[in-house]
Write a protein that binds this ligand. Structure first.
Ligand code: PLP
Length: 388
């Protein structure tokens, strides 16, 4: 029987699928493709971390943990943030272990937004932010970061977008897709706006360990900000654990209690063996993280130089594992560039507009792929650009 009406909720019907997925579907069935499209490490999770999960199963840890996650893991997360970023969180009341940073962002937004509340979303950004605000009943207010300013948002742009419905600012630094990172002074100026207008900051710090030239400052470490920051992070990127689905969120007690209620009903707890693996990663995985960081740094330097040499202007990103070259000199828009590059040379890059309209004129090239593959990809891209 054919259904006359859609059973889908209106706001779900109108939600657009991720522009990244849409583009990857075009590669199905193609061979000899080099992907600079993926947003995940090419490394396998370090062996001791994998072994901890195996041991967890061998020891019979097959039941639920506490909703907020293993206390031992929360203690280790607390120590890690204290040691690295000088912010102190109480493992009992201010930390929740989640199913990836993705769930952390979702429960944070659902915990703080009343219908119609506005959230300032700085674009270009990770594809989930605006849709998750919408799904939580809020209204994403897009603030476009400036390409002439290495895609860093200016505090006055944020302030101009504040209304009496604004509840929070979402910040991701180092950023996906641009790789740009806010300095401490830039964060302080944004923090002043949050304080002045009594706003929360949802700070996505998932790339905090993948920073190449400077020390990292957490938003929660800015004076007077811990009480108004929701710090989201996880294990996917630095420990190469995307498939494990493990993240965490640190926030003031009241917000944590709110998030925990949602997490408790929707998720129950993160996977137990993944939590044991994450615990090992925090305790004994730092040397592996340092090795991976060194490798990403080398690749970043190589790809930035290559892209600039072929005429695709590209600033040197301070963190994450993405470059965001400007392709306007080719006369194509980002989707045409990516489609034609794939067809002609079988290299996947992601059109910049997948991360928001302000990403137009750029493509995202991930360097989370081996040096050999990167070199081949750069040879092919150069050939493509030269033929234009
Ligand atoms: N935040 C940003 C900025 C990301 O780039 C990603 C993944 O690409 C996530 C969050 C999601 O991370 P997780 O795998 O921990 O859910």
């Amino acid at each position: 029987m054919e259904l006359k009406t859609s059973y889908l909720a209106k706001h779900v019907r109108t939600l657009q699928p991720s522009g990244i997925r849409k583009f990857f579907d075009a590669t199905a069935g193609l061979t000899d493709v080099i992907s600079l499209g993926v947003g995940e490490p090419d490394f396998v999770t370090p062996w001791n971390v994998r072994e901890a999960a195996i041991l967890s199963l061998e020891d019979g840890y097959t039941s639920y943990t506490a909703n907020a996650g293993l206390l031992e893991l929360r203690v280790e997360i607390s120590n890690y943030i204290d040691n690295n970023y000088c912010v102190n969180y109480d493992p009992e009341s201010e930390i929740t272990v989640t199913v990836g940073a993705s769930e952390a962002i979702d429960i944070a937004l659902r915990a703080i937004l009343d219908p119609g509340d506005e959230v300032l979303v700085v674009e270009p950004c990770f594809v989930s932010y605006a849709p998750l605000v919408t799904l939580a009943g809020g209204v994403p207010v897009i603030v476009e970061s400036m390409k002439d300013n290495d895609f860093k948002v200016l505090p006055e742009q944020l302030e101009a977008a504040v209304t009496d419905r604004t509840k929070a600012i979402m910040i991701c630094s180092p950023n996906n897709p641009t790789g740009s990172m806010l300095s401490k002074a830039e964060m302080e100026r944004i923090a002043d706006i949050a304080k002045k207008h009594d706003l929360l900051v949802l700070s996505d710090e998932i790339y905090a360990e993948l920073v190449y030239d400077e020390l990292y400052t957490s938003f929660a470490a800015i004076e007077g900000m811990q009480e108004r920051t929701i710090l989201v992070s996880g294990f996917s990127k630095d420990l190469a654990m995307t498939g494990w689905r493990l993240g965490f969120v640190c926030a003031p007690k009241e917000i944590t209690e709110g998030m925990l209620k949602i997490h408790q009903y929707a998720i129950m707890c993160a996977s137990t063996m993944a939590q044991h693996a994450g615990l090992e990663g925090l305790k004994n995985g730092r040397r592996d993280v340092a090795e991976m960081r060194k490798s990403y740094r080398q690749r970043r330097n190589y790809i930035v130089q290559s892209l600039n040499e072929m005429g695709l202007k590209c600033y040197k990103p301070e963190g994450a594992f993405y470059t965001f070259p400007n392709i306007e000199s080719t006369g194509m828009d980002s989707e045409t560039f990516a489609t034609r590059l794939l067809k002609a040379e079988r290299v996947v890059v992601v059109p910049g507009n997948a991360f928001g309209a302000s990403g137009e004129g750029h493509v995202r090239c991930s360097y989370a792929t081996s040096m050999a593959q990167l070199q081949e990809a750069m040879t092919r891209m150069r050939r493509f650009v030269e033929k234009l």
